[in-house]
Design a protein around this ligand. Structure first.
Ligand SMILES: NC(=O)c1ccc[n+]([C@@H]2O[C@H](COP(=O)([O-])OP(=O)(O)OC[C@H]3O[C@@H](n4cnc5c(N)ncnc54)[C@H](OP(=O)(O)O)[C@@H]3O)[C@@H](O)[C@H]2O)c1
Length: 318
């Protein structure tokens, strides 16, 4: 078997944990990139024991902190010659939380879900380029469907400053914006990295049941809603298997800059001004993503903002 080395961020719970188990079970080297080592160590041990794979490694990283990401990447570079698969799975989404900034003064959702993954990818780019089949996967969300409404756009104004009126802060809007920005990055990186043979993919996740640990992270009244949602969602293993297929399958080897749905069909940009029936079908289905994801001005802004925010952190110091 062609054994790969894979980094999975947020691999201690939910989909990330199920993915770590899947890759480990198939004999690959897995680096679980997690922010809380104490909590993650028993998960690592359990995966290593159950799969009999001695190459399940745990490394600390806080995806909201540039310094932490740089430390993680430096450590990785010291220990490994190449990286085959990078899965940006970790994400910040905290029901009911107030506006909060990362240690670098960036709105926490954008820092964790967009700027952090961008920096990690840039720092690991050379090691990815050393693989003969490098693949980066971004965990997307169907929350971006809100952008099917042509009036919606990413709010760049509050990335580094709190809205004056706290009522203008919304966890959902920040999360939705972050997942759209991440998709734009995925498309852009496909072009930027084509010369290096690094491929990028994104998966639109419709929902996965929240684990007991994940449920405990949210406030009690949100927990009730999450428990109800759990009745309708698929287990994390379903999405973890999709991660595996996207990152390993030969049929995706020559693709890049694609956004998959839960059937692993390549999604297409939605038609705009196509009439109300088409709008309803597009909104209800899983075949298209909002045309806004192809908006050149917004995509360029996401790329530039990520570059500017991470600039002074984007060199590997060993
Ligand atoms: N579950 C769904 O219904 C759903 C739907 C659409 C998209 N998604 C996407 O799927 C991915 C996985 O979600 P999940 O449902 O498996 O969630 P989860 O069980 O809550 O797992 C999230 C993981 O991210 C980690 N994480 C959060 N902030 C971090 C940080 N600053 N640094 C490092 N790790 C951090 C968490 O670590 P801690 O344990 O330390 O908090 C945890 O391991 C996410 O990208 C999410 O946006 C999920």
């Amino acid at each position: 078997m062609n054994q790969k080395t894979v980094i999975i961020t947020g691999a201690n719970s939910g989909i990330g944990k199920a993915a770590a188990r899947k890759f480990a079970g198939e004999g690959h080297t897995v680096i679980m990139a997690c922010r809380n080592l104490e909590k993650s160590r028993p998960v690592r041990d359990q995966i290593a024991t159950k799969t009999g794979n001695g190459r399940v490694l745990l490394e600390q990283v806080d995806m909201s902190s540039f310094e932490s990401i740089r430390d993680f990447c430096s450590t990785y570079q010291e220990k490994h010659q190449k990286l085959d698969i990078l899965i940006h799975n970790a994400a910040y989404f905290n029901h009911g939380s107030p506006y909060k900034q990362s240690p670098d003064g960036i709105e926490i959702t954008f820092a964790t879900n967009v700027a952090g993954p961008f920096l990690m990818t840039m720092l690991l780019r050379d090691l990815l380029a050393a693989s003969d089949d490098a693949r980066i996967l971004h965990a997307g969300s169907n929350i971006i469907k809100h952008f099917l409404n042509p009036k919606k756009e990413i709010d760049f104004d509050h990335l580094q400053k709190e809205p004056e009126n706290p009522r203008n802060h919304s966890v959902y809007i920040n999360y939705r914006n972050s997942k759209m920005a991440l998709l734009m990055l995925s498309f852009r990186m496909a072009k930027e990295f084509a010369g290096d043979g690094i491929k990028t993919y994104s998966l639109q996740i419709n929902g996965a049941t929240m684990s007991k640990e994940a449920l405990m992270k949210v406030k009690p009244h949100w927990r009730i809603i999450a428990r109800i949602q759990n009745l309708f969602f698929r287990p994390p293993e379903f999405t973890a298997n999709l991660y595996y297929e996207i990152c390993i399958s030969e049929k995706f080897r020559e693709m890049s800059g694609v956004h998959f749905n839960h059937k692993l069909d390549v999604m297409q940009p939605a038609k705009t001004d196509a009439g109300i029936i088409t709008d309803i079908k597009q909104g209800a289905g899983a075949d298209v993503y909002p045309a806004y994801a192809m908006n050149e001005e917004a995509s360029e802004k996401v790329w530039n903002v990520c570059n500017e925010l991470t600039q002074e952190h984007s060199k590997l110091i060993i």
